[in-house]
Design a protein around this ligand. Structure first.
Ligand SMILES: [Zn+2]
Ligand SMILES: [Zn+2]
Length: 157
C-alpha cells in the first residue's frame, strides 16, 4: 500500500516550500545599485593591492556583512549600500584579505592593518552600532548621515 510514501512526499514538499522566505522588498529594490557600488570599490582595492577574486554575489544575509569562499568568491550583504563609506570600505578590505588568509588569525589582522591601519577601530565601531541600533536600513541611513563630516569617509573618493 503506497499510503505512507505518498503522505511523506507531500509533507516534505510542503516543509521545503514554507522554509524559503520571499526576498525582502528592500533587497529587491537595492540589490543592483549595491552590486554596482560594491563591485566598483572591490575592484578598486583589488587592483591597488593586487588581489585576485572570483565572482561577487550580493545577498540579503541576516548575520553577516560579507564572506569569502575558499574558491575566492566574495559575498556581500546588500546593506553595505547604506553604510557610511568608511565602514563599507573596511568590510571590503576585510573580505579581500580573506583571499590571502582564510581565518581571523594574527596573520589575517596583520594583513588587514597593513592596508587599513585603523581597521580594528572601524570593526569595533560597527559592532557597537549593531548592538545598540541593529542593522535596519533606516538605522544605517541615520548612521551614514552622522558620518557626513567623518574624516575617513571624506578620504574615500
Ligand atoms: Zn572575516
Ligand atoms: Zn566615516
Amino acid at each position: 500500500m503506497p499510503v505512507w510514501p505518498q503522505f511523506f512526499t507531500v509533507r516534505r514538499r510542503r516543509r521545503v516550500r514554507t522554509r524559503k522566505r520571499a526576498p525582502a522588498a528592500s533587497y529587491v529594490a537595492h540589490k543592483e545599485s549595491a552590486r554596482a557600488l560594491i563591485s566598483e570599490r572591490t575592484r578598486h582595492h583589488a587592483e591597488l593591492h593586487t588581489f585576485t577574486f572570483g565572482r561577487i554575489a550580493i545577498r540579503d544575509t541576516r548575520r553577516s556583512w560579507g564572506s569569502c569562499s575558499s574558491k575566492g568568491n566574495l559575498n556581500f550583504n546588500y546593506k553595505l549600500l547604506f553604510l557610511p563609506p568608511c565602514l563599507r570600505e573596511y568590510i571590503i578590505i576585510h573580505e579581500l584579505c580573506h583571499l590571502r588568509v582564510l581565518n581571523h588569525s594574527v596573520d589575517f589582522w596583520r594583513e588587514v592593518e597593513s592596508l587599513m591601519p585603523d581597521a580594528k577601530a572601524r570593526a569595533v565601531a560597527l559592532r557597537q552600532f549593531e548592538r545598540t541600533s541593529g542593522t535596519s536600513v533606516s538605522a544605517l541611513t541615520k548612521l551614514t548621515e552622522a558620518h557626513a563630516e567623518c574624516s575617513q569617509c571624506l578620504l574615500i573618493e
